[in-house]
Design a protein around this ligand. Structure first.
Ligand code: NDP
Ligand code: HSE
Length: 441
């Protein structure tokens, strides 16, 4: 049978990794797919730049439209990132009857509904395993392996760059900026790394996971997003002293009145599995009513782990081309007509414990004012510590860990505390998850 001809758009970190792994493991991959797979064309921006893969036998172009319009290409792999050009290319590839594989979570989270509609109408596949959690096959697990479950909760470390930075700050006391540079040099970060550190990348991934887990349309705007750029070395040390590590988490929960979808830094107990997930590794804990708790763990970014996921999709696509074209798993796990609108629970209604770091005047009565305000808003305190002695301005950090309380009440109490004349600057507020199943809100 004629080899399947693949066009790769983008030969950066993931594209070069994909070509490299396909060459190295080509024979076994073809035996799994049932057809020989050949990358025949690739598109890049700069034809003169050297590549981290062997491009022998691959015809290079700086015009990706040549690939999506080439009648000899069976499958297009989009690995350029971004939303506008990538959308046009994928849409054009589908118009030309080609299946698509992509690692582009920004695009799937924001325009996936349009893309899947176009693909399904044309009887084509757009596969996107690499878009979430790098090499971890979480899409396949949720879409197929856990298809019998009602997913109650999904909590994950979804951004390799954030985890790499927080781990570096925690384990080696590295400086935030220095460790971010290292993540960029390793190819983990997005072209614009603010997308990683501001939590947007993890929110793209959570949008995709929530859609597949709960059978709702992709709705990126419904996710509450916070990043890690305000986390200081002090927060990390104080959390450690209290028995926690700070992790950047994506949380999706099914509550009685809707879905709770959020991405933010979080204190996680030292004894929880997620607290020991370090460096670029990602992990996702899925709770299904039948399976119970399942942990998926692996490299969340980088050339070869992401290539692993891209190629798994490619093999799936080639199998459908070859052996079983009519039997396809729906893009978002649920049949398109059965997808619902996500009913989102407002963040203000979420019940959660909090870590608060306040900078206060070191004088009598200050703590009494703070605890009174928290009490007024029904926020009860689990632990309170004054950290060290006053600085030259007479200010001292005070760390408070609260019991679970209504988010709206905590937010109002913090505003009132910040307005006290004895408070030197804005409070740091980090949510604290015990990661037990609780749907009592
Ligand atoms: P890179 O920036 O390393 O590579 C992008 C590639 O696309 C480059 O080869 C670039 O060409 C090429 N390119 C960009 N624009 C065009 C264009 N208009 N026409 C032709 N070629 C173009 O990105 P990554 O490999 O890191 O990421 C690719 C995708 O994979 C993104 O969607 C990202 O979110 C996703 N992803 C990345 C992971 C990672 O660990 N890096 C992990 C999981 C997903 P040139 O080299 O000439 O500039
Ligand atoms: N920038 C992303 C991360 C790449 O750091 O997780 C993998 O999706």
């Amino acid at each position: 049978m004629k080899p399947v001809s693949v066009g790769v758009i983008g030969l950066g970190t993931v594209g070069a990794g994909t070509v490299d792994v396909l060459r190295r493991n080509g024979e076994e991959i073809s035996r799994r797919a049932g057809r020989e797979i050949k990358v025949t064309r690739a598109a890049v921006r700069d034809l003169a730049r050297s590549r981290d893969c062997n491009t022998a036998g691959i015809s290079l172009t700086a015009n990706p439209h040549e690939i999506v319009e080439d009648p000899e290409i069976d499958v297009v792999i989009e690995l350029i990132g971004g939303c506008d050009v990538a959308f046009d290319l994928i849409s054009a590839a589908l118009d030309h009857g080609k299946h698509v594989v992509t690692a582009n979570k920004a695009l799937i989270a924001t325009r996936g509904n349009e893309i899947f509609h176009q693909a399904s109408s044309a009887g084509l596949v757009v596969a996107f395993e690499a878009a979430v959690a790098g090499g971890i096959p979480v899409i396949k697990v949720l879409r197929e392996g856990l298809a019998g479950n009602r997913v109650e909760r999904l909590v994950g470390i979804l951004n390799g760059t954030c985890n790499f930075i927080l781990s570096g700050m925690q384990d080696d006391r590295s400086d935030y900026a220095e460790v971010l540079l290292k993540a960029q040099a390793n190819g983990y970060a997005e072209a614009d790394p603010s997308v990683d550190v501001q939590g947007v990348d993890a929110a793209h991934k959570l949008t995709i996971l929530a859609s597949i887990a709960y059978g709702v349309h992709l709705d990126f705007k419904s996710v509450h997003v916070e990043g890690i750029s305000d986390i200081t070395q002090d927060d990390i040390i104080y959390a450690r002293e209290l028995g926690y590590r700070i992790k950047h988490l994506g949380i999706a929960r099914r509550l009685p009145n809707g879905l709770d979808l959020r991405v933010h830094p979080c204190l996680v107990g030292d004894d929880h599995l997620l607290s020991s997930v370090s460096g670029v590794m990602n992990a996702i804990v899925v709770n299904g009513d039948a399976v119970g708790e399942t942990l998926l763990y692996g490299a969340g970014a980088g050339a070869q782990p992401t290539a692993s996921a891209v190629i798994a999709d490619l093999v799936d696509v080639v199998r459908t081309l070859t052996s079983d074209p009519g039997n396809r798993v729906p893009h978002l796990a649920f049949q398109p007509a059965a997808l619902a609108a996500p009913g989102i629970v407002p963040l203000s209604e979420i019940v959660c414990a909090h870590y608060l770091r306040l900078t206060v005047d070191d004088r009598p009565g200050v703590l009494a004012d703070i605890t009174r305000i928290l009490g007024d808003y029904q926020v009860s305190i689990e632990a309170i510590r004054q950290q060290g002695s006053a600085d030259a301005l007479g200010n001292v950090p005070v760390v408070i860990v609260t019991h679970r309380a209504l988010e709206a009440n905590v937010a109002m109490a913090v505003l009132e505390i910040e307005a006290l004349s004895t408070i030197a600057r804005a409070a740091t507020r980090i949510r604290l998850e015990t990661l037990e199943i609780s749907v009592d809100e």
